[in-house]
Design a protein around this ligand. Structure first.
Ligand code: MBD
Ligand code: FE
Length: 272
């Protein structure tokens, strides 16, 4: 008997992420940026590329290698992955300058809308034998003044104990470890799930190849993604990390913040 072990590939997660991004554009639309702003920004970005080429004396073979790599990123549909890992944290930083309350973080490439709605005390959809340490995440959604927000929605998504996301790895059932939890009348919730593993950028795609070629590591620390919504309130998109977790201080996506690090405690049964 032979057992085939299928590891999710960059190509399957890349193309799913590009498809998810196209669908989200169709739902939310795109910025209608005026000509002056495009002129200013495009000129500035191109000027900085020119400066880098001069500063480091880029050669023709290097220029061709970059061109080939850019073509590969597009063909393997890794632009959402590459941009969210290396660029989104700055966009988030700028966008959140005048935000108060819970810190935000990047959305990343693996959000999927329209997941199953769950009551305030719920277990995320998972496989019968879902691997990983059980984790109970509870809390209360409140306004800046401390007033509870009844019925707030916590849209949660996470990697499994192998570091893969449902919807972006064909081995995992759709909707696994994803759900929209509706807080109770006091804004409270209690979500049972499993501890996610750290996430490693796929090695077989152009993003992973650049990372390896530069000698960087390809890891994000273990995290839960959260989008918290309530009518009349700004949506908070954030991530939660785990104290002592590997890669917390060297997240390749630079998306950690000290306020977002949880410190889960074992319960009476030894469950985190
Ligand atoms: C992830 O899981 C993630 O959260 C981000 C931001 C980028 C790549 C993978
Ligand atoms: Fe993630």
């Amino acid at each position: 008997m032979t057992t085939e072990i299928h590891t999710p590939t960059a190509v399957e997660s890349g193309s799913s992420a590009t498809e998810a991004f196209r669908k989200s554009l169709a739902r939310h639309g795109t910025a209608d940026t005026d000509r002056e702003r495009i002129d200013t920004f495009a000129r500035d970005v191109l000027g900085r590329i020119h400066d880098a080429i001069r500063a480091h004396n880029m050669t023709y073979p290097e220029y061709q290698a970059v061109k080939q790599w850019l073509i590969d990123v597009g063909e393997s549909k890794e632009w959402p992955l590459f941009l969210d890992v290396f660029v989104e944290h700055v966009v988030e930083d700028v966008a959140s300058q005048d935000h108060h309350g819970t810190k935000g973080s990047i959305e990343g490439p693996y959000y999927l809308p329209d997941q199953v709605m769950l009551p305030a005390k719920a277990t995320l959809p998972m496989r019968q034998e879902e691997k990983g340490t059980p984790l109970v995440f509870s809390g209360q959604v409140r306004t800046l003044e401390g007033t509870p927000i009844p019925g707030a929605e916590l849209d949660i998504w996470q990697a499994d104990a192998d570091g893969y996301y449902s919807g972006f790895a064909s081995t995992i059932p759709d909707g696994n470890l994803r759900g929209v939890v509706v807080a109770d009348g006091d804004g409270r919730f209690e979500i049972t799930t499993v501890q996610p593993a750290p996430y490693e950028i796929p090695k077989d795609g152009p993003t992973g190849k650049l990372i390896a070629a530069a000698g960087w590591h390809a890891w994000r620390p273990a995290h839960l993604h959260l989008m918290v919504r309530a009518p009349g309130h700004r949506t908070v998109t954030t991530q939660l990390y785990f104290r002592g977790g590997q890669w917390l201080d060297s997240d390749i996506a630079q998306a950690t913040k000290p306020e977002l690090v949880l410190d889960p405690q074992p319960d009476a049964d030894g469950v985190l």
